[in-house]
Design a protein. Structure first.
Length: 70
């Protein structure tokens, strides 16, 4: 279990991440950041597939009771 101040820091990081995702979603489609955000990795990896960053953010949004954000 994390001490109380650490939980506040984690919540702040998740909040800022969600704010940044909202900013990127509203960007013009020609922006490089938007292109990277929308890209999907190609090829195969051995072992367990890693979670994409966006999948982790979506999990955080569900924990924060956001259902449909896109």
């Amino acid at each position: 279990m994390l001490p109380r101040p650490a939980l506040g820091i984690v919540a702040d990081i998740k909040k800022k991440t969600v704010e940044w995702v909202g900013h990127v979603v509203r960007m013009d489609h020609g922006r490089r950041v938007k292109k990277v955000f929308q890209s999907k990795p190609e090829g195969r990896r051995r072992g367990i597939p890693r979670l994409r960053w966006l999948e982790d953010v979506e999990k955080d949004l569900q924990e924060m009771t956001f259902k449909r954000w896109r």
